[in-house]
Design a protein around this ligand. Structure first.
Ligand code: GLC
Ligand code: GLC
Length: 643
């Protein structure tokens, strides 16, 4: 056993020969990427595992797995690697459109998803996130987020071979497959967990297990409760004979056990699972629960510096063995923390939970100021990275805005979140929303909200603005930059499904209210303008079509715009080297709103209405209907020259 040395060069030789003995052969392509990325992986290992006697051995094993994985990488995936290398910011295109669905609920199984490819092409999808599809416990498995094997597909959904062939078919249709990398925890049925229960020391060291309550109590003084309905705090009793009195770390459900990343064997093992998935043809890995992967006593155990080092280390492994694969960060935390995960060395893509939450905030308050502030202050990203902008996900809506930001408008975070929760679960008088509370915590007053877009936006309640709000919320996600992500079913205004309450495996988790089965009858109505499904679908299809044809929507660059009206949000998008801009105007109010001629006087009067089509004249200002939107292609007037 050898520790890691300060100097990479001293250890390059031993690492390479260990890796070669593992992989059999190291080709030139691998060696060149090894030269580019192994030094940073070595430096990261030094910081994470510098004290460990087995540091060098574990690093060499990781690199050996990377080499073996590269050797096994199918030719068409190597071709994809080469193509993406030529076009590294492919995901910034205005043609990008993402969607997300559960395999069982949307398609029955993987074959059922394959059968939907023509519909995905009709929508213009280029990215499809299939919710966790791995082997997981019977009954409650947190929707598959409790993984029992990363190398086996849940038999009810299909096989790994079917997943790889689906990935290939999607690729032919221009769609990148996205799956989760659930690397913070495994299920308690995973082989490693079973061996830990049986007290095999090597695997006990894969998890965070304590002999009594002393350390759990100490940690719980500073950690948040994530699923208080399931268990208080972050620990659960360790099951199994001989484990009486012992506790194990479980941030989420009691059957999801957090991995012990300070042990480099855990990193090595998970890097192996990641590389396996990469070679099935997955193009984006959604890095689940990134904020939680490292713990330290006396801290909230979220977003610690080591969480970033770990992501960088996984990133370096990928860069050697599957260079076209991208990471997407799932950090639903304070916006200052969300941004820290986004860089070419960590995650190139990230959910944008702030914009999502503030879209709903603006609809409830009919006040777009917080959303505008976020777009102007928290939207910029490092080059080579992109937001994934969404209206809602399979999870709850958490009000993750920064209290400091809200305070600038005299808004206090705590009562404002209370108001938003009340509003969206329909407890606020006059609310148009029909959401359901999630994980209400009486100790802290925290709660989050669940519900489909249509139910939250007012269609379920019969509010006259409901359909407009569904369209409006999507129009924001489609026009602010990055990859817009659609929850399949929302484009036909699918409503909440309360039947989960009758299913004992789901009744305790209200997120199931917004994870319904594919709504076949609403899809059948999608061409029928006499139905809400048909009207919403037609308007959505128009927005999708316009977005793909609008180069100003590519990339992330956004310029603020003061629409001069208390209910109207404005922003401008401008592509690279394009002289025109797209001015987006969004009326979150329930009455028509007029944006004055003077407000628009910085643009030439002749403009183009992208959604309705045709030339328009801005000389008289612009009228937006209640909950109306406009995407106007405008030309800024030259700055007046000073005499
Ligand atoms: C993520 C998932 C969520 C799951 C949790 C635990 O937040 O989106 O659905 O419950 O991680 O894996
Ligand atoms: C996420 C979030 C939390 C969310 C949960 C899954 O990591 O931090 O707000 O509710 O996991 O639902």
């Amino acid at each position: 056993m050898t520790r890691l040395d300060d100097e990479f060069d001293i250890q390059r030789g031993p690492i390479l020969s260990l890796a070669e003995s593992h992989a059999g052969r190291l080709d030139d392509a691998f060696l060149s990427r090894f030269g580019a990325h192994a030094p940073r992986l070595h430096a990261l290992f030094r910081r994470l595992y510098g004290e460990r006697p087995d540091g060098l051995e574990q690093l060499a094993a990781v690199i050996g797995e990377a080499a073996a994985s590269w050797n096994a990488r199918p030719l068409e995936l190597r071709a994809r690697d080469a193509q993406r290398e030529q076009e590294p910011t492919w995901f910034e295109s205005e043609r990008m459109l993402g969607a997300v669905a559960y395999v069982d609920r949307y398609g029955g199984d993987l074959e059922g998803i394959r059968a939907q490819i023509p519909y995905f092409e009709e929508l213009g999808l280029t990215y499809l996130h299939l919710m966790p599809l791995f082997e997981s416990p019977e009954g409650n498995s947190d929707g598959g987020y409790a993984v029992s094997s990363y190398r086996k597909v849940n038999p009810a959904l299909g096989t790994m071979e079917q997943l790889a062939s689906l990935a290939a078919d999607l690729r032919l249709a221009g769609i990148s497959l996205v799956v989760d990398f659930i690397f913070n925890h495994t299920s308690n049925e995973h082989e490693w967990a079973q061996k830990a229960i049986a007290r095999e020391p090597e695997y006990e060291d894969f998890y965070l297990i304590f002999p009594d309550r002393e350390m759990p109590d100490a940690y719980e003084r500073t950690v948040r409760e994530i699923f208080p309905d399931d268990h208080p705090g972050a620990f659960v009793p360790m099951p199994g004979a001989g484990n009486e009195g012992r506790w194990i770390w479980a941030t989420f459900y009691h059957f999801q056990w957090d991995l012990n990343y300070p042990n480099p064997a855990v990193f090595r093992a998970m890097a192996g699972e990641m590389l396996f998935l990469a070679n099935q043809g997955v193009e984006v890995l959604r890095m689940d629960a990134v904020a939680f992967i490292w713990k330290r006593l006396g801290t909230p155990c979220e977003s610690l510096p080591e969480a970033h080092l770990l992501l960088q280390a996984f990133n370096a492994v990928l860069a050697m063995a599957a260079p076209s694969l991208l990471f997407k960060s799932e950090a639903i935390v304070h916006p200052d923390e969300v941004i820290e995960y986004i860089s070419p060395n960590e995650c190139r893509l990230s959910y944008n939970p702030l914009q999502m939450a503030l879209t709903w905030e603006a609809l409830a308050t009919r006040d777009p100021r917080m959303l505008r502030q976020a777009l102007e202050r928290r939207h910029d990203l490092p080059p080579g990275t992109a937001w994934v902008n969404y209206v809602r996900s399979h999870d709850d809506i958490g009000w993750t805005f920064a209290d400091e930001d809200a305070a600038e408008f005299g808004i206090h975070g705590y009562p404002h979140r209370r108001f938003l929760n009340d509003f969206y679960v329909g407890r606020f008088p006059g609310s148009f929303a029909r959401g359901v509370p999630f994980q209400e915590n009486p100790k802290t007053g925290d709660a989050r909200v669940t519900g489909t877009t249509a139910s939250l936006a007012g269609i379920e309640a019969g509010d006259p603005g409901g359909e407009d709000r569904v369209v409006l919320a999507h129009a924001i996600a489609l026009s602010t930059g990055g990859i817009p992500l659609l929850y399949l079913g929302d484009e036909v205004a699918q409503l909440n499904d309360r039947s989960y309450a009758d299913d004992p495996d789901r009744a305790g988790d209200s997120r199931w209210v917004h994870r319904p089965h594919r709504p076949a009858e609403r899809y059948a109505q999608r061409m029928d303008a006499a139905t809400p499904a048909g009207r919403v679908f037609a308007r959505m299809m128009r927005l999708l079509e316009v977005r793909r044809a609008t180069p100003e929507f590519a990339g992330n660059r956004l310029i603020g715009f003061d629409a001069g009206h208390p209910r109207v949000l404005g922003y401008q998008r401008t592509g690279d080297g394009i002289t025109t801009r797209v001015l987006a105007l969004v009326n979150v109010g329930d009455d028509a709103a007029h944006v004055s001629a003077e407000t628009l006087s910085g643009f030439r009067a002749g403009a183009e209405d992208l959604i309705e089509g045709g030339s328009v004249d801005l000389a008289g200002g612009w009228m937006l209907p209640a909950h109306g939107i406009a995407w106007l292609r405008v030309t800024p007037r030259p700055e007046p020259v000073a005499p």
